[in-house]
Design a protein around this ligand. Structure first.
Ligand SMILES: Nc1nc2c(c(=O)[nH]1)N[C@H]1C(S)=C(S)[C@@H](COP(=O)(O)O)O[C@H]1N2
Ligand SMILES: [Mo]
Length: 243
């Protein structure tokens, strides 16, 4: 399991404290705001307003409650893994018929998908319409032959970071193991070479520096889920924290 990382946890809590300030400044129309020690650009109010009015194909509003649109992915930290594609290994294991270890080249040979997806960070920002490239998690599940006993998926990342999702959420067609955003490889801070993408849950479920996908019978709450964040993390239900 993950080792204790009080430094990261307090950094994240600091971000959460800044969230209220963020929302306030956003409401006041400030275009550049400071968060987590960096400046970043808010989309105009009109962009968030439009996204709030838009509907998804599933009928939900495009922008979940309490979120503001920003233009670019904000680097949210975390203990970085090895960004090298040559050294990369992805282990698919647990409740599977065939345990598989894929290299980066193996991953690139699988059926590649490109999809536009919106992501929503619990600290209050959303990035809309990024073009993500990767392999569907459901394809990897098929490849390994996931057993009927599997009820949850644990994303495993560098230095013991984990995130848990139910098998239903994990096998949705927009969930992928991604290696590109907007046609480019991820910057190291965003999870190079490979990260998970679970667009319809808060972004902490999208593990960066992904090195394992474990199918399990029993749920295993992950790094943030054991530190007060909600176990499920549906942005439309504002499942942010445990209390
Ligand atoms: N391995 C790993 N993945 C992680 C994290 C982390 O600390 N370690 N942080 C999560 C959180 S809290 C968020 S909000 C997003 C941030 O992704 P970004 O830095 O690319 O914006 O990554 C998630 N994935
Ligand atoms: Mo986060």
């Amino acid at each position: 399991m993950s080792d204790d990382k009080p430094k990261d946890a307090s950094a994240e809590l600091q971000l959460l404290r800044e969230r209220r300030d963020f929302i306030k400044k956003a409401a006041a129309g400030t275009a550049l705001i400071a968060l987590g020690g960096g400046l970043y650009r808010l989309a105009s109010d009109a962009v968030s307003k439009k996204a709030r009015a838009e509907k998804r194909t599933d009928g939900r509003r495009r922008l979940p409650p309490g979120q503001r649109v920003i233009r670019n992915l904000k680097p949210m930290g975390g203990e970085e893994g090895d960004p090298s594609a040559a050294n990369y290994r992805l282990l698919i294991h647990g409740q599977v018929k065939k345990r598989i270890e894929l290299t980066y080249a193996d991953l690139r040979k699988l059926n590649e998908v490109q999809a536009s997806a919106d992501v929503h960070c619990v600290t209050g920002w959303s990035m809309l319409g990024g073009l993500w490239t990767g392999v569907k998690l459901s394809d990897l599940a098929d490849l390994a032959g996931v057993k009927a006993s599997a009820r949850h998926v644990i994303f495993e990342a560098a230095h013991g970071y984990t995130a848990n999702v139910t098998i239903e959420d994990a096998l949705k067609p927009n969930v992928m193991v991604a290696h590109r955003l907007n046609g480019r490889r991820f910057a190291r801070q965003h999870g190079a070479p490979v990260r998970a993408l679970v667009p319809d849950l808060y972004f902490w479920k999208s593990a960066k520096w992904l090195n394992g996908i474990r199918f399990v019978e029993q749920d295993v709450p992950g790094y943030w889920e054991t530190r007060g964040y909600n176990n499920h993390a549906d942005p439309w239900l504002e499942e942010r924290y445990d209390r």
